[in-house]
Design a protein around this ligand. Structure first.
Ligand code: NAD
Length: 281
């Protein structure tokens, strides 16, 4: 058996066409404000790629560059200015922030109506009640990928490896909403020597850890759907967390890395922006 590749790009292109139409239907130019504090080449290059995607969709992308020495209070004041600016529909804070600034604290100062990353406690809380309109980008992208396979999630054994606030935890809630049976594994699962046994029974396996080769291809259940969120740079190559070649032989669908989840994450950011603009208008 050789798995079907679950490529993110074609799916992202379809969603982008729908977004373009929604932008036109809005009747005004949606604006995404991107805040960078200090110098960071990675954050700047990521922001540039967001800018390109935004502009392709007819969205205005504003850079707001602050000094590395900006205080937490200074950054909060800046965000409050963007919250009050009627032209700005969405706010994104680029990571990493300078070490003296606590992202969790800062993210709760973004207006929940402009929180396009879906990380404000109010938006996260709405996921719990199945009422969220703005959903964290990577989990939203994973749900789109799963949906594209046509799989019925009802009662499926889903194993998520990784329990971060931006991926694993919100994803678990989204999957529970679809009545999947969800197991969330993390470092404690590995330390207890139980990772393999959980992975082996996954009908749907989603891995977001950041450790290349953590998931052995042999552990993948025959016919499983494998979504590899991990991004790891090894020499000049980018790889995921799953042993791809081995897993390919066992899975029914598998995401490549790069080119699987990645293209959807930025697309979901734009979808959230449009959703935010609609909520505000
Ligand atoms: P994180 O560091 O916040 O969380 C890592 C998680 O992995 C934690 O739950 C931790 O307990 C778990 N973990 C660590 N070692 C483990 C082990 N040996 N066994 C089992 N679990 C273990 O990471 P994150 O921000 O959620 O990102 C995870 C990965 O996903 C990274 O590679 C990141 O680059 C990637 N990522 C990709 C996208 C995308 O768009 N494709 C988006 C976000 C994150």
């Amino acid at each position: 058996m050789s798995a079907v590749l679950l490529e993110g790009k074609p799916l992202a292109e379809n969603i982008k066409s729908a977004i373009k139409q929604e932008v036109q239907a809005l009747g005004f130019l949606p604006v995404l404000a991107s805040v960078i504090a200090g110098e960071n080449a990675g954050a700047e290059s990521y922001a540039k790629s967001q800018k390109k995607s935004a502009e392709n969709l007819g969205v205005e992308y504003q850079f707001h560059k602050l000094d590395a020495a900006v205080t937490e209070a200074g950054l909060i004041e800046y965000i409050e200015g963007l919250n009050a600016d009627k032209k700005v529909n969405g706010i994104i804070i680029q990571m990493p922030l300078p070490a003296h600034i606590d992202y969790k604290k800062i993210s709760s100062y973004i207006s929940p109506l402009k929180d396009v990353e879906g990380m404000h406690p109010e938006n996260i809380g709405k996921i719990l009640f199945g009422k969220a309109k703005i959903i964290p980008c990577t989990p939203a992208g994973v749900m789109e990928l799963l949906n594209s396979t046509g799989v019925d999630l009802y009662g499926k054994e889903v194993v998520i490896v990784g329990h971060s606030e931006i991926v694993g935890k919100p994803l678990a809630l989204l999957l529970l909403e679809k009545f999947a049976t969800v197991t969330v594994c993390h470092i404690g699962t590995s330390k207890a020597g139980k990772l393999e046994e959980h992975v082996k029974r996954a009908e749907i396996l989603i891995v977001a850890v950041g450790k290349p080769g953590l998931i052995k291809g042999q552990w993948v259940k025959d016919g499983a759907i494998v979504i590899d969120v991990g991004i790891n740079r090894i020499a000049d190559k980018i790889v995921g967390d799953v042993e791809f070649e081995e897993a390919l032989k066992k899975a029914s669908y598998i995401t490549p890395v790069p080119g699987g989840v990645g293209p959807l994450t930025v697309t979901m950011l734009m979808r959230n922006l449009i959703e935010a603009a609609k909520i505000q208008s």
